[in-house]
Design a protein around this ligand. Structure first.
Ligand SMILES: *Cc1c(COP(=O)(O)O)cnc(C)c1O
Length: 365
């Protein structure tokens, strides 16, 4: 919960990216030892990279400014121009990264439908892998997302990750994991992040989402892959100098902020349970595994945009995400008490909205 100067309490459920650095992060940033990271001389960046590589069970890691850059340089390191990447049709890389791997790297995306649990049907993946034929691009990479954002924060289990990696490797493909919220998946599944991506050749993880660092992601893989990824980071202008100032917050993120994600998951489940009690909201609380709650609004006079506006008037922020769906994401700035308050605000807004009366637009605009 945070204070809004104009209107009092604000409960911000738009994303876990809205999290501000913790006091421990601020102190670590102020005290960070730094150097020129392009010379490999920033001790704090070096420490973050070494610690991340270890936690992710890979030989090496590289610090980048965002999850988008982490995915981009990973894809560019794995694939050459005109080569193909197989990924989900709901993948963040496919939907929300401006097609960067195609725009900047000439990498051809081949989508397979995501299942509701965030996985790709591996028989469909196998069928999408190209055979030898001069008409075809060469398939080079399989990418999966864990947790799966657009599928409602679903955590893909170890057995699936292993099978996906085995399939990729059987056909000579690399296996990349967009693990922006891998930490949430590991906590939800009660498994180490390293074990979860044991089969992956590369992973990109965000420090700036539920872990609350102000900036940054880390890409991990073997030494040769990370050498290529560093080159790609340089060509996209992503090499930074005294980056230890931000890496310091990342170290606090991976050491102090991972286990507490369980609280965010419990809050998300509680939110979904409360929302499921409301007549015009549809969500199955048993499907909520991590910090994301996607729910449907089925109300005769309120659209998702109007509901979101009405909630905002009362200090609850969350976003419509297309169709009749809205999304709420819990995070360390939202307490269990805030969730109860959110549910009370929902009940108030939905009760007040006159059924079948479109003047609700004006009332709540
Ligand atoms: C947020 C997100 C990203 C991108 O991270 P940014 O730091 O916002 O660039 C990539 N993949 C997934 C699944 C995400 O949720």
């Amino acid at each position: 919960m945070s204070e809004n100067g104009n209107r009092g309490i604000v409960i911000d459920l738009r994303s876990d990216t809205v999290t501000k650095p913790t006091p421990a992060m601020r102190r670590a940033m102020a005290d960070a030892e730094v150097g020129d990271d392009v010379y490999g001389e920033d001790p704090t960046v070096n420490r973050l990279e070494a610690m991340s590589a270890e936690m992710l069970g890979k030989e090496a890691a590289v610090f980048v400014s965002s999850g988008t850059m982490g995915n981009l340089i990973s894809v560019l390191a794995h694939c050459g121009r005109g080569e193909e990447m197989i990924l989900g049709d709901q993948a963040h890389i496919f939907l929300f990264e401006q097609g960067g791997s195609s725009a900047l790297g000439g990498v051809h995306p081949r989508t397979v439908p995501n299942q509701p649990d965030g996985t790709l049907d591996l028989a469909q993946v196998e069928a999408a892998i190209r055979g030898e034929n001069e008409h075809f691009p060469i398939t080079r990479l399989l990418a999966v997302e864990n947790t799966h954002n657009r599928c409602g924060g679903q955590a893909l289990p170890v057995a699936y990750m292993d099978r996906a990696g085995e399939l990729a490797h059987r056909y000579g493909l690399s296996f990349h994991v967009d693990g922006a919220r891998l930490w949430n998946a590991a906590v939800a599944l009660d498994v180490s992040p390293a074990r979860l991506i044991q089969a992956a050749d590369s992973v990109s993880v965000c420090l700036s989402k539920g872990l609350a660092a102000p900036v940054g992601s880390v890409v991990a893989g073997d030494k040769e892959f990370i050498r290529k990824a560093r080159r790609m980071r340089k060509v996209v202008g992503g090499s930074m100098r005294q980056a230890g100032v931000i890496a310091a917050a990342g170290i606090v993120a991976i050491t102090e902020m991972v286990e507490r994600l369980a609280d965010d998951h419990a809050n998300a489940r509680r939110l979904a349970e409360g929302l499921a009690q409301l007549e015009s909201i549809h969500v199955d609380p048993t499907t909520i595994q991590t910090d994301i709650v996607i729910f449907e609004l089925d109300h005769p006079s309120l659209t998702p945009a109007q509901l979101s506006a009405a909630l905002k008037e009362r200090g609850v922020l969350l976003n419509p995400i297309g169709g009749s769906r809205l999304r709420a994401v819990t995070n360390y700035q939202v307490s269990a008490e805030d969730i109860e308050r959110t549910l009370a605000v929902f009940a108030e807004v939905l009760e007040a909205a006159p059924i079948g009366d479109t003047s609700a637009v004006r009332v709540y605009g």
